[in-house]
Design a binder for this molecule. Sequence first.
Ligand code: MTE
Length: 326
Amino acid sequence: MALIRIPQSWELPERLITPESTFLNRRRFLKSLIGASLGATTLPLAGCNRTSAISTQPGLDELTPYSNLSQNPQFSDVGQVTSPEFATQYNNYYEFGGSKSIWKAAQALPTENWQVEVAGLVKNPQTYDLDDIQKKFPFEERIYRFRCVEAWAMVVPWVGFPMRLLLEDVEPTSDAKFVRFSSFYDPKITTGPGFWAVNYPWPYAEGLRIEEMANDLAFFATGIYGKTLPKQNGAPLRMVIPWKYGFKGAKSIVKIEFLDKQPATFWNTLAPNEYGFEANVNPNVPHPRWSQATERIVSNAPSFTWEEQPTLLYNGYEEYVGELYT
Ligand code: MTE
């Protein structure tokens, strides 16, 4: 059955949201990356069992609210919070499609009995389920600026816990210098943007230096807007690294590995000159194909227009992270 999506009244066409040149160039660029490999590619059986798993109600209403949640006052005042309708229906999640409108397709993500394995150079390797995570780590709400490498921005209230608490639990050895975070991947389910991405370096993975993970800002989110994370935003557990471009925030994490060397990561493997490993938000370092000096931040309903504003160094979090990069 084909999915017919009726646009909501507040939605703008994608070409009006992502700067058109950015959007088209990225698409063209992504296609060019796989051009050579396509001839040799065996196409997967894309789409099997997918529509049957799709929910028609992926909105916030059906998600579980957190009770007794405290808001961290240190991270509460960074401008007007983006409306939940927008932040949960304008997403990047390539495993479920190449457009911003993947929220329905992402309902195929199976989140039952989720486990997160922590392995590698640690004294206490762990396999956490979601109950373990909720019992071990006190959850709080933090409102962070969110800046995509594509030069759009939002302000998002996340629920979760600082990554340093997990570091304390697993105790990395002195050899551990880097951490690799891998997303859920099952080619029968994450049928993604289609056949042209079969040779991409799945699973989607991101990495940090261990000092970056230990910084108080580095956060694991399990919720958004006071409720559990919607699948399209990376349920049940994702990374939020607010001083780096959004692609550093891998979604739906299943594995965390402590390593002595810098790990291969998804975008950096595909295009190292475009998506650096460090990827700190920096207005003075343009992306090779567009400027990062300004960003467009969504202004809320009823218009959902984008306003241009200057990009801030480290996305405005220099006082927290500046010393990591001196
Ligand atoms: N994680 C996975 N597994 N797959 C993705 O495609 N996209 C990244 C990041 N994490 C992505 C991902 C990018 S490019 C961005 S900007 C953010 O997720 C978008 O997060 P949001 O959809 O919650 O706004």
